[in-house]
Design a protein around this ligand. Structure first.
Ligand SMILES: NC(=O)c1ccc[n+]([C@@H]2O[C@H](COP(=O)([O-])OP(=O)(O)OC[C@H]3O[C@@H](n4cnc5c(N)ncnc54)[C@H](OP(=O)(O)O)[C@@H]3O)[C@@H](O)[C@H]2O)c1
Length: 265
C-alpha cells in the first residue's frame, strides 16, 4: 500500500520535529527539511538538508522527493525564527533576514512543492504562523510583520489554488515550549529609554513560551485537524488563543493595542 506523504520544513527541532514523529507514528512517509544535518531512527522519516531561503536547495529537495513517484499529501511550512529588539534600531539586514526565512522562505517552499501537491486532489498546505501575526507585539515587530504578511499571501493564494483542490490553512499558534526561545535573535538597545522595557518584554516572552504548551501536544492537534476534509483558512490551538483572536476582531483596535501595551510594552 502507498503511504501518504508529508513534507515538513523545520523538522530538526521543536514543533516540526514533533510533527514528524506524530505523522510517522500514523504511517506517513515523512520528509523533514532544514539546514542541520540530522538523521532519524524511524525508517519512514527521511531528512534532507535544505535552507528554505535558497531556491536551489528547495528544487533539489522537491526533485529528490518526486523520485519516489508519489504525490505530496501534506506540506507543512514550519521553519522559522524570531528577531526581537527596538524597531527603530533594527538593521535592514536582520529585518530582511527575518522576511527571507519566515515570508520568502515559506513562499519559495510552497512554490517548489506545488507541482507535487497538485497531483493529489485534496492535498493540504499548512503554514505554522503565530498569534503575533494577528496581534502585533512590541519589540517583535518584524516577527509579527513577517507572519502577518504570509497570512495575507496565503489568504489570496488559496483562492487561486481552489480549482486545483489544494487546501490552505494557517495555524496561528500561541506560546509553545521549544528552542524557539533560545534561537530568538534579540538585539539590546543603546538608548536608556528602551533598555529596561525591552529587557522586561523579552523576559516575559521567554517565560510565556517556556511555560507554554508542549510541542508534542500541538503536533497531535495539528495532525488530527489535518485529517479533516475541511480546512479553515486560519485556526488556532488553545481556548485562551481562541479568546484573544475573538477579542482582537470585536474590540476597537485602540483598545487591543492598549491591552497589548500593558502586557508587553
Ligand atoms: N515556539 C513558539 O512559541 C511558537 C509560537 C508561534 C509560532 N511558532 C512558529 O513555529 C515554527 C517552528 O518554531 P519552533 O518553536 O519549533 O522553533 P525551533 O525549535 O527553533 O525550530 C525552528 C526550525 O526551523 C528551522 N529553520 C530555521 N531557519 C531555517 C532555514 N533558513 N531553512 C530551513 N529550516 C530553517 C530550524 O532548523 P535548522 O536550524 O536545522 O535549519 C528548526 O528546525 C516557527 O515558524 C515559529 O515562528 C512558534
Amino acid at each position: 500500500m502507498i503511504k501518504p506523504t508529508v513534507v515538513i520544513t523545520g523538522g530538526s527541532s521543536g514543533i516540526g520535529q514533533e510533527l514528524a514523529r506524530v505523522y510517522a507514528a500514523h504511517h506517513y512517509q515523512v520528509y523533514t527539511l532544514s539546514r542541520r544535518v540530522y538523521s532519524w531512527k524511524e525508517v519512514n522519516i527521511r531528512h534532507l538538508g535544505c535552507d528554505i531561503t535558497k531556491a536551489g536547495d528547495l528544487q533539489l529537495a522537491a526533485s529528490e522527493i518526486a523520485k519516489a513517484g508519489h504525490p505530496v499529501d501534506i506540506l507543512i511550512c514550519c521553519a522559522g525564527y524570531g528577531i526581537a529588539g527596538v524597531t527603530e534600531e533594527t538593521s535592514l539586514e536582520s529585518a530582511r533576514q527575518q522576511f527571507d526565512v519566515n515570508f520568502f522562505g515559506a513562499f519559495l517552499t510552497i512554490q517548489n512543492f506545488l507541482p507535487l501537491l497538485k497531483k493529489k486532489r485534496g492535498s493540504k498546505i499548512l503554514f505554522i504562523s503565530s498569534v503575533a501575526g494577528e496581534i502585533a507585539l512590541p519589540y517583535q515587530s518584524f516577527y509579527s510583520a513577517s507572519k502577518a504578511a504570509m497570512n495575507k499571501l496565503l489568504e489570496a493564494w488559496q483562492l487561486e489554488l481552489k480549482p486545483f483542490g489544494v487546501k490552505v490553512s494557517s495555524f496561528l499558534l500561541g506560546d509553545i515550549k521549544t528552542d524557539f526561545t533560545a534561537h530568538r535573535q534579540a538585539q539590546a538597545s543603546h538608548q536608556p529609554h528602551y533598555r529596561k522595557k525591552l529587557a522586561n518584554s523579552i523576559a516575559k516572552m521567554a517565560k510565556d513560551e517556556q511555560t507554554g504548551m508542549s510541542a508534542n501536544y500541538v503536533a497531535k492537534v495539528i495532525f488530527k485537524r489535518s485529517q479533516r476534509k475541511y480546512q479553515p483558512p486560519v485556526q488556532t490551538i488553545g481556548w485562551q488563543y481562541h479568546l484573544f483572536l475573538l477579542l482582537q476582531r470585536i474590540l476597537p483596535r485602540k483598545l487591543v493595542l492598549f491591552l497589548v501595551g500593558l502586557l508587553y510594552a
